[in-house]
Design a protein around this ligand. Structure first.
Ligand code: 2DE
Ligand code: MG
Ligand code: MG
Ligand code: MG
Ligand code: MG
Length: 322
């Protein structure tokens, strides 16, 4: 399985991250380390490591994972975790990975600062890689995360622009990190521009599929199964793909999207519409299309076990329940 194949490379991932986060301010260190407890899915580091190995097979005679490529796996998990510390403040989410979120346990201010601290340490690890192109690529991720989060605060007035706005936002808030992490290991492995694009497009498509599934799970899964709050997107005023698809059958939703489901009954009504339309199936179908595209771009890579694992990951992304 993809997990088993990447495991030997990732054995020390959390130990190394926790080591990097050590600091004299013990509370800060503890809070920053709170999610580096081995309970996460580690999907980003797994993809990063598998991409590095699949790619190296193609461009070098050595076929081994380069030390710097493993640093990217660390940096990517740290950026992801920092974004969760901030995300749970913005979303007022009190559980994450089945335990009290940092913001619930330690308060909003400490959650924001610990997120900042993780980013600060991650930027040191990134700088030590000493490759300007890699730094630029991952700095772009930070800008994308904030832009994506900002885009989510408003809705497009024009109904025709709404879906492309949603996809653009989805790339920025979720897919950019995976896409650019894949590109970064490509750069470090010596991939030319064309091969870097293969890495990037695989990550972009898997990342978009991942968030599409996240947005479906928000409607169908329980908080218990996901380890984080369920049915929250509408309450936060966010119209995700299932709602946008449901608009075709229930045009009344358009007004509610614009007012961000702020009037009494809006959330319940929209929830019903999603379940009475084919919005969830259409969203899953779109996720499947992105996974097929991710598999297609891998055609450019030489055969390897790791490439097969990258293909298998698309199934895990589509069928995940948490
Ligand atoms: C997760 O979406 C969103 C991730 C991006 C968060 C980015 C922020 C900008 P969800 P879940 C907060 C600042 C962060 C930086 C620069 C690190 O759907 O369902 O809310 O897991 O995720 O809560
Ligand atoms: Mg959230
Ligand atoms: Mg959020
Ligand atoms: Mg979500
Ligand atoms: Mg998530």
């Amino acid at each position: 399985s993809p997990h088993k194949l990447a495991e030997p490379d990732l054995l020390n991932l959390f130990i190394d991250i926790r080591k990097a986060l050590k600091c004299p301010e013990v509370d800060l260190e503890d809070i920053a380390c709170y999610y580096f407890d081995g309970q996460g899915k580690v999907i980003r580091p797994i993809i990063t490591v598998l991409m590095a190995r699949a790619l190296n097979q193609h461009v070098s005679q050595h076929h081994r994972l380069l030390r710097n490529q493993l640093e990217i796996a660390k940096v990517t998990e740290m950026i992801h975790t920092a974004s969760l510390l901030h995300d749970d403040v913005l979303d007022m989410a009190d559980i994450r990975r089945g335990k009290p979120s940092v913001t619930l346990r330690f308060g909003q201010r400490k959650s924001v600062m610990a997120g900042d601290y993780i980013l600060a340490v991650a930027s040191t690890l990134l700088a030590r890689i000493n490759n300007p192109q890699v730094t630029i690529v991952l700095a772009q991720v930070l800008a994308d995360l904030v832009q994506g989060e900002f885009m989510q605060l408003g809705s497009k007035e024009n109904e025709n622009e709404r879906f492309s706005h949603y996809l653009d936002k989805t790339f920025k808030k979720t897919a950019s990190l995976i896409a650019h992490s894949c590109q970064a290991v490509g750069i470090l492995g010596g991939a030319d521009e064309q091969l870097q694009q293969v890495c990037f497009q695989y990550g972009r498509n898997v990342g978009i599929a991942f968030q599409l599934v996240d947005d479906v799970l928000d409607f169908v899964a329980s908080a218990n199964s996901m380890g984080k709050p369920a049915s929250v997107d509408l309450k936060l005023g966010i119209a995700t793909a299932p709602v946008l698809f449901a608009c075709e059958k229930f045009p009344e939703l358009n007004a509610m999207i614009l007012r961000r489901f702020s009037e009494p009954g809006d959330v319940t009504f929209a929830f019903e519409c999603v379940h009475r339309s084919d919005g969830l199936q259409q969203t899953k179908l779109l996720a499947r299309k992105h996974c097929l595209e991710a598999i297609r771009v891998l055609d450019a890579l030489a055969h390897s076990q790791e490439k097969m694992a990258l293909i298998a990951i698309t199934d895990k992304v589509l069928n995940r329940i948490r």
